[in-house]
Design a protein around this ligand. Structure first.
Ligand code: ZN
Length: 305
């Protein structure tokens, strides 16, 4: 328990530092946001290139002080999405869940590669926490995303439950768990007893003040909808367990919107059979990438200014 408290203290401090560092960076380089806006304006202006030549000759509008401020805020809030850290859950000495001939650490590595390919096809830059069968602690994963300045963090998992009837797709973001089911999943993924999750929830209340809960929830909703949409379009049966909040260690300390996807229960016969099918995995992977692209589009559409 002492280790957990120290860990959270360290995490809280590190997140606190994040905000200060961003503010400091903004003070030192106030033009960074304006440059981002200029690039963004150029992208937005692209469709206009199809218009008559007279329209093309108009000079670009000057970047006002208000625009500069807006973009500095966007940058500070991390509302730009290009580089995505994909985290294949477990690995090395930690196999994760095992059932029906599936081992979670192998599934997540395969799925991470698929998701990476799907995202690259949509123009994103993709990096991985692990690309082989190596062990990483739960804290090292968001740390790697922070070090690489990733814009999003996506942790990939498969679920398991002692009840073999449990099945379905779940997408999580870091917050207080609102159901016993969510507590059970977090306890298993964190490798701790359920009781420790209850203790953790008290500490989490403070932690929530400084993490990107709102953005992570929105990302989780887009990702979940993308996966479901892709499967349903292909007329593949899937049980929708929805977007959920839970205190996952692997999401703590991430300075960017961060989610954890449980792609199905390997402890359920039907889910496990699906999770072995190439076409099913591809549909999920493409759907997740589509959901993330949708998240990016919505951010751009709702950007202030
Ligand atoms: Zn897992």
């Amino acid at each position: 328990m002492r280790d957990i408290l120290l860990f959270f203290l360290a995490s809280i401090l590190s997140i606190g530092l994040c905000a200060s560092e961003l503010e400091a960076a903004q003070r030192q380089n106030p033009k960074a946001g304006a440059q981002g806006k200029a690039a963004s304006s150029a992208r937005k202006a692209k469709p206009a290139a199809q218009k008559p030549a007279a329209a093309q000759k108009q000079p670009p509008p000057p970047v006002s002080d208000a625009d500069q401020k807006t973009n500095a805020v966007l940058k500070q809030l991390g509302l730009t999405v290009q580089t995505i850290m994909i985290d294949a859950g477990h690995g090395g000495k930690d196999p994760g869940a095992q059932a029906f001939g599936l081992t979670e650490k192998n599934f997540t590595l395969d799925m991470a590669r698929r998701v990476g390919d799907s995202l690259r096809k949509k123009g994103f830059t993709v990096i991985f926490t692990r690309s082989g069968n190596n062990y990483l602690s739960l804290q090292e994963r968001p740390d790697a995303a922070n070090a690489k300045k990733a814009d999003l963090f996506i942790s990939i998992h498969a679920n398991a439950n002692p009840n073999p009837a449990r099945r379905g797709l779940e997408t999580y973001y870091l917050s207080e768990a609102k159901s016993n089911d969510a507590v059970t999943v977090a306890a298993r993924e964190n490798g701790v007893p359920v009781q420790e999750i209850s203790d953790l929830q008290f500490i989490l209340t403070d932690l929530m003040l400084s993490s990107k809960v709102k953005e992570s929830r929105h990302l989780a909703e887009c990702a979940h909808k993308g996966i479901l949409g892709s499967l349903r379009k292909a007329r593949v049966s899937v049980l929708d367990n929805g977007v959920r909040a839970a205190p996952f260690y692997v999401l703590v300390g991430a300075r960017m919107p961060a989610i954890l996807v449980e792609f199905g229960y390997i402890s359920n016969k039907d889910d496990a059979a699906n999770l072995k099918r190439d076409s099913y995995l591809q549909k999920q992977s493409d759907g997740l990438a589509e959901g993330i692209l949708q998240y990016k589009k919505e951010l751009a559409a709702n950007a202030p200014g």
